[in-house]
Ligand binder design. Structure first.
Ligand SMILES: Cc1cc2nc3c(=O)[nH]c(=O)nc-3n(C[C@H](O)[C@H](O)[C@H](O)COP(=O)(O)OP(=O)(O)OC[C@H]3O[C@@H](n4cnc5c(N)ncnc54)[C@H](O)[C@@H]3O)c2cc1C
Length: 418
């Protein structure tokens, strides 16, 4: 653990900028970096006030939503203020007739889903880590099974409010679905890991909750067969909402989610069973693990698994699975979107992690994607390059310099030390 200290004038400035400012408690750290203060603003204006105070006193700031993914990425070089947005927890507007919802950044995704479900609707983004907030989900660009049918956050976000490092509030998009003005700001903030600005609210396009859903699952015992099954499903007329793969020690399963009208789902489930072969079975329930990642997201410190995100062209699935042969890697994810997550036990030797990561990176980068270390014990983070080759690094650096010229926000958390 490293601890930040703030001088008295800076402490006073942050304290008077915000309704609640506290000393850090036991859980208030960012991957081992303990902040000098924890600020809990009550609204966007207070977020702006805190950031203005930080700018005036040269303080670094790390935003926090639910705190479920605070150890992801690289630990910050410094975190004078932990800016906790959990008090910004309201669903602002559910315009059911327009299939739109607006919520504050600290609103839990589960609460948002509960609210829109009252109108028979849903935000088609899976809660991959229990307790996820709207802001954290966007900043970490998490995605789950349903991404295959409707896309990821970037496809569903239509408006966003953020506060820049200097305290200026910026808005993009809004309630009108076809409004493309400012869509790029949303795209920049998605996956930015708190390095470009503090998200304070977001507006999303919703979908109706389907009348019926059905999972069809088949066992699979070699990478080529897993690829053949998923390709056959994707090229058939069954219109899957999700195509998931689970894999460990050389075997696993392919699971297909069908959603829609009752009669249509029944017919498409039959067709999917026929495609997946004799071992295929149907179920109303999601496969074990559901939309969650193949590691324990509650674990911390040295008890964390090494967690990897693997992206690749859909046709590379077999190669990615084959690359994990002979390792204790457990994989789960969306064969239908080219995104898999892999976990290695916390005790895995950093050298073993490095070898597997290099092998996976070679496959993924040659097939249009990347292999990124999402989270890992400190010894592993120190031993490997979490991001790997970054083709657009210079562009990212220019964007960072424009949004946050003093590198005040989450310094060092992102690629290339940004
Ligand atoms: C419906 C659907 C259909 C698809 N069809 C195809 C297809 O036909 N062919 C195909 O090839 N793929 C396809 N894909 C796969 C998809 O394009 C890739 O998997 C994509 O790279 C996933 O990226 P992401 O959005 O999860 O994260 P990204 O947007 O790649 O990354 C999230 C954030 O982390 C950063 N980041 C991530 N990795 C790195 C890294 N290594 N270095 C630096 N920064 C990084 C980014 O800058 C970003 O801010 C499809 C996906 C979907 C959802």
């Amino acid at each position: 653990m490293t601890t930040q200290t703030l001088d008295a004038t800076a402490r006073e400035a942050v304290t008077s900028a915000c309704a609640r400012v506290e000393e850090p408690g036991a859980g208030d750290h960012v991957d081992g970096v303990v902040p000098g203060l924890v600020a809990r603003p009550a609204d966007t204006d207070q977020v702006a006030e805190v950031l203005r105070a930080a700018t005036a006193h040269g303080l670094t700031v790390v935003p926090r939503g639910g705190g479920t993914k605070l150890s992801w990425g690289v630990a910050p070089r410094s975190a004078d203020v932990l800016l906790d947005v959990s008090a910004l927890d309201q669903v602002l507007d559910h315009a059911a007739g327009d299939l739109i919802v607006a919520a504050q950044a600290g609103c839990r995704l589960a609460d948002l889903q509960e609210r829109v479900a009252q109108g028979g609707q849903r935000l088609a983004i899976d809660e991959t880590v229990p307790g996820t907030t709207v802001g954290g989900m966007l900043a970490a660009n998490t995605s789950g099974p349903r991404r295959t049918a409707v896309g990821a956050a970037r496809d569903l976000l239509i408006g966003i409010t953020m506060v820049r490092a200097d305290g200026v509030v910026a808005k993009a998009g809004g309630r009108v679905v076809k409004n493309v003005a400012g869509y790029d700001l949303g795209k920049l903030l998605i996956g930015s890991a708190g390095t470009l600005g503090v998200i304070t609210d977001a507006t999303f396009r919703l979908h109706p909750v389907p009348a019926a859903s059905q999972w069809v699952t088949a066992p699979v015992s070699d990478p080529a067969a897993a690829l053949a099954m998923t390709q056959a499903v994707l090229h058939a007329q069954v219109v899957p909402a999700a195509v998931e793969v689970a894999w460990a020690e050389g075997s696993g399963s392919v699971s297909v989610l069908l959603e829609g009208r009752v009669a249509g789902v029944a017919g498409r489930a039959d067709a999917t069973r026929a495609i997946l072969g004799e071992g295929a079975t149907g179920s109303d329930d999601a496969p074990a693990g559901g939309a969650t990642y193949p590691w324990d997201t509650r674990a911390s410190g040295e008890d964390r698994s090494t967690a990897l995100k693997l992206t690749f062209e859909l046709s590379a699935l077999g190669e990615v699975l084959a690359a994990t042969a002979g390792t204790p890697a457990v994989l789960r994810g969306s064969a239908g979107s080219g995104v898999l997550y892999a976990a290695l036990p916390p005790t895995t030797d950093p050298a073993e992690v490095a070898t597997l990561l290099e092998r996976l990176r070679r496959v993924c980068t040659s097939r249009g994607g990347a292999a990124v270390v999402v989270d890992a014990p400190a010894a592993v983070k120190a031993a490997v390059d979490a991001w790997g080759p970054v083709p657009a690094l210079e562009l990212m650096r220019r964007v960072k310099d424009q949004f946050d010229p003093d590198h005040r926000l989450s310094p060092g958390r992102f690629v290339g030390g940004l």
